[in-house]
Design a binder for this molecule. Structure first.
Ligand code: TRP
Length: 330
């Protein structure tokens, strides 16, 4: 039997190359070898009170961008969290096993409480138990997440262990998982940190960016006069440009510019032009497919409906066992 993988995708913000290479590409590889449940975490998004007018287009866009990037709804269950009523029911049960103290000291809660002091709601506090419910409802073994989610995953294991200890063995304790090598961090174009949804928009390439926008952003990437001595170590911002080139350009182009660098013959203008064109070749088919899908509401609804059926089949079994074990079977 295939191992079970669960992952949640945030419904806020546009997907960018960092998401593509960091997460989506992992999902696409996993869909072949694992029994995958991927969902849009729209309930989690409610913790920050998003504009109701924006919620639906955001969810549709996330689905479209993931499918356009290669996620196959015929191979995985792709659904909206809020379509699975078993999740909030398990969340309620897990909340009885989650302690105020541990929830309060979760790093993500402390960050949010600091950044939005006027909205420290109970959903924010219990974010980890909702995430645990997302994962445990399918008895997942593996959860493809980045470093920032490891604490939540550890809490998931704790809640699972507490349930098993109190009521009997039901849940495996899931572990973080990344396909292949270590996590790739996709650098931003300004040499400061990585591509990100919320910060440095101009240094981040989004899957929705038009060709011209990609050109502009790439051409603005930070460079300098180039090395004057052979085999000078690269400054961070130059290394970043090479790294991006490695992801989207041909080996030939990459090696050519690397040689130029080492021989002090590099022309960053030419390199960025090449990078921009290769980036466009990479992004534009995804963008076009995603836009077409977002205009095909019946298709999106069909994908969500099928994902919901697959996810509920697994979720209802787990929940019915949990209810019986707790003693709710009148
Ligand atoms: N908390 C995750 C994030 O911010 C999203 C998420 C919600 C998730 N539920 C999940 C990820 C379950 C993995 C499994 O990215």
């Amino acid at each position: 039997m295939k191992e079970i993988v669960v992952s949640g995708i945030r419904s806020t913000g546009y997907l960018h190359l960092g998401n593509y290479f960091g997460a989506i590409q992992n999902y696409v590889k996993m869909q072949e070898d694992f029994n995958c449940y991927f969902f849009v975490a729209d309930y989690h998004a409610l913790t920050t009170h998003p504009d109701p007018k924006e919620l639906k287009p955001n969810v549709y866009r996330v689905i479209a961008e993931n499918v356009a990037s290669g996620l196959d709804p015929n191979k995985v269950a792709l659904y909206a969290q809020s379509d699975i009523p078993e999740i909030p029911e398990l969340y309620l049960m897990l909340n009885m096993l989650a302690y105020k103290g541990e929830l309060e000291k979760t790093a993500s809660f402390k960050d949010k409480a600091r950044s939005q002091p006027d909205n420290i709601n109970a959903g924010l506090l219990t974010y980890p138990s909702l995430m645990a419910a997302d994962i445990l409802i399918h008895k997942a073994h593996k959860v493809p997440v980045g470093k920032d989610q490891e604490q939540h995953l550890e809490m998931t294991r704790n809640f699972a262990g507490r349930f098993n200890h109190r009521y009997g063995d039901l849940f495996p304790e899931p572990t973080a998982f990344n396909f292949g090598e270590q996590l790739v961090k996709i650098p931003s174009l300004d040499g400061k940190g990585k591509m990100s949804k919320s910060e440095n928009e101009n240094a981040t390439i989004y899957l929705a960016d038009e060709d011209d926008k990609i050109r502009k952003k790439v051409m603005k990437a930070k460079t300098d006069g180039g090395p004057t001595e052979a085999n000078t170590p690269m400054p961070d911002y130059i290394e970043n440009i090479f790294m991006l080139m490695k992801l989207v350009s041909s080996e030939e182009h990459y090696n050519q510019f690397l040689n130029n660098y080492n021989n002090c013959e590099i022309r960053y203008g030419d390199m960025k032009k090449q990078l921009a064109e290769d980036m466009i070749k990479f992004v534009s088919p995804i963008r076009e497919k995603a836009v077409a899908m977002q205009n095909d509401i019946p298709l999106l609804q069909k994908i969500l409906a099928e994902g919901k059926d697959k996810a509920r089949e697994s979720a209802s079994k787990t929940l019915s066992d949990a209810r019986k074990m707790i003693g709710i079977n009148y």
